[in-house]
Design a protein around this ligand. Structure first.
Ligand SMILES: O=C(O)[C@@H](CO)OP(=O)(O)O
Length: 330
């Protein structure tokens, strides 16, 4: 079932994204049970709401925003990479995690490194992560693999002092950096009174159906926690207000986040219904690539590793970027 539905996703996408350079492997897509894909043709709200982060960020360090008076590169396309964090210590123990701030396991570290190899030829100008360490570790470990070798630097916006104390005084050094913006809105959905409980024991105690309803219904929250709908409300609002303006400005964006905050964003990008999104499962550490062009999101599948044979999700401009890296680093 996973293979056939993933295949469906790719076929759907392929019909919209013409060209031979498309991911042909279906097993590594990281999605299962999605019936409708690559339909991100919805006009997005491109108005940038007030940006608490940008008020404390270095203009030279920052991606341009429409509010800054820069001219968006209208004809350009931007890459959007989504990565669910690698396995965490509580994934390994089968515990409900939610907003508890748990680090990666060694396997999760490896997954993040592998994810990085898969995106090492795709441009990244700005990184968004949740405020949770497992997403931040994933973003940093993945970027260590990037061929461009820019340094990801966490933007500290918690106070005027933290902004001032983390200032960089070299324009050249700034150019060789990638801002990493952390946002609680991208956090995993808050799992309420299930946080820290064992998933199997909870199913034994409350019944499989009840626990499945808490885990995979769209609008039924776990006790004192967030439903997927509630999580989507804050994650998608953040995506539209803060991240879309970067894409409109021609910036290439990576988001490292969580199963449910990313499902929310994918629901928005692929226009999935609430029925469709509940059967969408994301693998840990598998990057997903979208192209943002002329106000539309086009799903390009999951990039393959650089040493793997075969074609994948490149567009012409991504292929040119890869060529540039080949020229720079060979
Ligand atoms: O425990 C959690 O926070 C999440 C993600 O690992 O679990 P679920 O699979 O139920 O969404």
């Amino acid at each position: 079932m996973a293979a056939s539905t993933s295949q469906h996703a790719l076929v759907s996408a392929k019909s919209l994204c013409a060209g031979p350079s498309f991911e042909t492997r279906t097993s590594k897509v990281g999605f299962v049970s999605v019936r409708r894909c690559c339909l991100g043709a919805r006009k997005l709200g491109l108005v940038c709401a007030s940006n608490s982060q940008s008020s404390v960020m270095e203009p030279a360090q920052l991606p341009l925003s429409p509010q800054s008076g820069s001219t968006p590169k209208k004809s350009s396309e931007s890459a959007l990479i989504l990565i669910r964090h690698g396995e965490s210590l509580w994934n390994e123990k089968n515990l409900f995690t939610g907003c508890v701030d748990v680090p990666l396991t060694p396997k999760g570290v490896d997954e993040a490194i592998e994810a990085g190899k898969r995106i090492c030829n795709i441009p990244v100008d700005v990184i968004y992560t949740s405020s949770l360490i497992r997403a931040q570790m994933t973003a940093m470990l993945a970027m260590m693999q990037h061929r461009r070798k820019k340094v990801p630097i966490v933007v500290h916006s918690e106070s005027e002092q933290s902004h001032r104390w983390s200032k960089i005084y070299s324009e050249e050094t700034k150019k060789q950096s990638i801002p990493v913006i952390t946002a609680w809105q991208l956090n995993e959905r808050m799992y309420g009174e299930l946080q820290g409980l064992n998933k199997q024991e909870t199913a034994d105690r409350f019944g499989k159906e009840q626990v499945h309803e808490w885990r995979r219904s769209y609008d039924i929250p776990p006790p004192n926690g967030e439903s997927l709908e509630m999580c989507a409300e804050r994650a998608v609002a953040y995506f539209k207000d803060q991240i879309v303006p970067q894409l409109v400005a021609g910036k290439h964006v990576m988001i490292a986040a969580h199963g449910n905050s990313l499902r929310s964003i994918i629901m928005h990008l692929d226009k999935l219904t609430s029925q469709e999104v509940i059967s969408l499962e994301l693998s840990t550490g598998i990057p997903m690539l979208y192209i943002f062009k002329e106000g539309k999101f086009i799903r390009r599948g999951s990039p393959a590793g650089p040493s793997e044979a075969g074609v994948y999700a490149y567009t012409r401009s991504l292929a040119q970027y890869r060529q540039k890296l080949d020229n720079m680093f060979q």
